[in-house]
Design a protein around this ligand. Structure first.
Ligand code: CO
Length: 136
């Protein structure tokens, strides 16, 4: 079902120092930047081969990433797996009895379709499923 890791999501307080770290010190190329109002984040994708690091900065404290930062501080936020067919993948998770955050896919960055599994279903690892735009 999962083809590969699409990206690793990292929660940060401020986007510019994080870009200086990942894009500057660690020399990853910035691939995309997008504000996703619906999710309350500014997201920046950096290339790591064919995979990505996704930096996530909250648009405010009362957002999912803002609440995550208040509780956990900055750091690893989620792992995203790429699929060809997110509807089939979600159904397979549902059939396996896994608790979902998103019953239906929603629009992610770069017009991808994304859905999150509940971290309690996956051993504490917030897990995202991504179907890139143009797939399926
Ligand atoms: Co993500």
């Amino acid at each position: 079902m999962f083809k590969r890791i699409d990206h690793v999501g990292v929660a940060v307080q401020e986007i510019e120092p994080a870009i200086a770290l990942y894009g500057g010190d660690l020399q990853l190329a910035e691939a995309h930047r997008e504000v996703v109002e619906e999710q309350g984040v500014e997201a920046v994708l950096l290339d790591v081969g064919e995979n990505h690091v996704e930096l996530l900065a909250p648009l405010g404290p009362d957002t999912p990433v803002g609440r995550f930062l208040a509780k956990n501080g900055p750091g690893l936020h989620h792992v995203a797996y790429q699929v060809d067919d997110i509807d089939a993948a979600l159904q397979a998770c549902r059939d396996a009895g896994l608790r979902l955050i998103d019953e239906q896919p929603r629009t992610g960055i770069r017009s991808s379709r994304v859905a999150f599994l509940h971290p309690r279903a996956t051993g504490g690892v917030l897990t995202e499923i991504v179907q890139p735009a143009g797939a399926h």
